[in-house]
Design a protein around this ligand. Structure first.
Ligand SMILES: NC(=O)c1ccc[n+]([C@@H]2O[C@H](COP(=O)([O-])OP(=O)(O)OC[C@H]3O[C@@H](n4cnc5c(N)ncnc54)[C@H](O)[C@@H]3O)[C@@H](O)[C@H]2O)c1
Length: 241
């Protein structure tokens, strides 16, 4: 039997990168999957609904539509996100507001819209994609992004306490992952991994999105039935290195 047989899962940000790899893995593991993304043209192999996760009206409509499509809901993965590589003095109010609106408020809005449906499920799970920088920044920079991901980690703990025992809530904290979000920053022109990754990460390389999807699968599947409130570093050893 596949690990997500009969499960009905909503994945935000499923058009690209980590969300997309998660969609593909979940489908192979027997789940019915619906993707919410602002860019549905890039979604393959799953039903896609256009949605801006930072917009409460858009989220409420899309989550209802997804639950109708799936005839219920017992899993939510919040993978939609944006990244601006800007330190404090380059962070405009607009960059700050957009980052918090998508990464933190977007997670809150999707959870809030999904919870009434998840409460009706037998064993429901929410997985939020935070970031290793929310646990420990890599140095200066990405100010708004780090703050948004620290917020996702704190929100995950608050929700795990509030929604127990009906719904488990966990976060994944990836290190550097090769996706469009990090395009051009993890390797040099010759394709070699840049020293900042080799030196910071015990494993000396960035992750493939599929390696993050495997951890999301564990936290969504019933085999993690006694795990809630955890922020799991999947970071090639950076945060202990
Ligand atoms: N790539 C990395 O190194 C890395 C590391 C740690 C954490 N993360 C986190 O993992 C998650 C996925 O990132 P990724 O690397 O796959 O990036 P990505 O850019 O490949 O995918 C992000 C997806 O989110 C969607 N999206 C963005 N804003 C949206 C909005 N307002 N409404 C709906 N959809 C929206 C995009 O259309 C895209 O499909 C993000 O939360 C990111 O912060 C990524």
């Amino acid at each position: 039997m596949a690990r997500l047989d009969g499960r009905k899962v909503l994945i935000t940000g499923g058009a690209s990168g980590i969300g997309r790899a998660t969609c593909e893995l979940f489908a192979r593991e027997g789940a019915a999957v619906v993707v919410l993304d602002r860019d549905t043209t890039r979604v393959t192999g799953a039903k896609a609904i256009a949605c801006d996760v930072s917009d409460a009206t858009s989220v409420a409509r899309a989550v209802q539509q997804a639950a109708q499509e799936l005839d219920g809901l017992d899993g939510l993965v919040n993978a939609a996100g944006v990244f601006f590589n800007k330190g404090l003095m380059e962070t405009t109010a607009e960059v700050w507001n957009t980052t918090i609106a998508v990464n933190l408020t977007g997670t809150f809005l999707c959870v809030k819209a999904a919870v009434p449906l998840l409460r009706k499920a037998d064993r429901a799970s929410i997985v939020n994609i935070a970031s290793g920088v929310g646990l420990l920044p890599t140095g200066g920079g990405s100010t708004a992004y780090v703050a948004s991901k620290g917020g996702v980690i704190a929100l995950t703990r608050a929700l795990a306490a509030e929604l127990a025992p009906t719904i488990r809530v966990n976060a994944i904290c990836p290190g550097a992952v090769e996706t469009p979000m990090t395009d051009g920053t993890l390797r040099d022109a010759a394709g070699a991994v840049v020293p900042a990754i080799v030196n910071r990460y015990a494993l000396g390389r960035p992750a493939a999105p599929e390696e993050i999807a495997e951890a999301i699968l564990f936290l969504t599947a019933h085999e993690s039935s006694f795990v809630t409130g955890v922020s799991l570093a999947v970071d090639g050893g950076r945060t202990f290195h």
